[in-house]
Ligand binder design. Sequence first.
Ligand SMILES: [Zn+2]
Length: 480
Amino acid sequence: MKKNIIFLFVIFLLSTYFSIAQEYVNEPLLGTQEVAVVPFDYLQDGNEQSLADLDSGFFSSSNSVKNFIEEISYGKASLNGTLYPYRTDQPPLFGTGYTNCYPLDQDIINQPDVDYSIIDGIILLVHSNTSGCGAGVSSFNKLPFSTVDGDFEFRRSGFRTDFYFPYDFSRITSSTVAHEIIHSFGVPYHSNAYIKNNGEWTLQGYGNLFDIMGLRSQASHPCSLTKQQKGWLTDNEIENVSITGTYRLHALEKTLPNQTQALIIDLPNELDIQPNDATIFNKLYLEYRGLTGFDDRTNRNVPLSDGSVHTVQNPHGLLIVGADCETNNDYCVPVLIDTHPEPLGDVGANYDPHEASDAQLNLGEIYQVENNNISIEVVNVEEGEYIDVLIDFTPLSIEEHSALSALSIYPNPASNYIYIDATKEFSFTVKLYDIFGQHISSHHNTNSINTSELSDGIYFLEIEDSKSNQKKVEKIIVKK
Ligand SMILES: [Zn+2]
């Protein structure tokens, strides 16, 4: 429930900042980020966390947000700032949505003791019990504000204390709060997972529970794609792989300059695990978690909705993260691929949100990359330190040269017509589906399909070779 509410917030912010996403998603985040932490007390019920605990949670305890940022960035970014006393002169908040759950701009920008000219971000801590409000919300980069000190740009993140009280603030928020702070660093997405649900591959929002941008309340380091985008992993620690060989992959959590901590495979052909959704991968990021530092949280028991407990398996194997650069035109979103898609024996339907807990490819197991003739095998594991991965790129098979793959389909995006040209004579059926998998029309041996009546959006053409029954699915964008 809470998760859904937060998701709605993020959708709202995504749509607000979508157009500028490209400007910051690959922008490095380096150096010390100056923040002002301003707690707003709307309840004054005596259950407020002490200022000493808040300060320790953000800046000084071993589990502080500051320590977390330093660890995940390999010391390339940090957090510094001031915690201000509770503000108690604001009216109570009621309702839902940002403006009813968090301080308004005039409350944010009129704090006379905050020096707006030096801050990179403001962190609002809200002690209230308004129902229907999410745990946290964040801008996806700096926003312009007209403050009492003048016009400045800074990030804005908000957290609601009732989601982590009476827990240990320093422990809980260093994941929940850090999730929102990473959003504010210009990370506009969540780390999702591809899981199999009722026999179908489905995208699980927040599904990567090895990643703080996934299931945040239990999460750990962000994935290698995010770390690359923020400049924390550089080309010195990332190896692009395109020839057959065995590659050593060091633990992602450790500060290991010039040691490979991510392998990237640029896929020759797009990987479309579920043709009925928009997610398509053109790169795979491979990473290994050593379970050190903040990642020791990965070893944990997950309470299930039926009251039982599932122990998350140690990911001493390979995590394979697809880069989905097509769902959004402007940036790539990480999606963990569950290499063990069949549900674990004793877990059942209640397990759904945590289905990807066994996503890692274990020693001796092989992942075959569909449509690419690439196989990935873990051949050695040195727990906590590194794994060795055999990546095999075999030549294209004969089927790749079949009549079906020689079809050309154009233009894409299409406006009024899609044309289908076969270089070889053969008989085929074309079916057109919308993004929800709804069948629109069927055609036999046609060389054009009229799209003038279709509304703008994503569609799928399924072409079946009548003789061999081989199928090919092509994603089509209609744009007028
Ligand atoms: Zn989020």
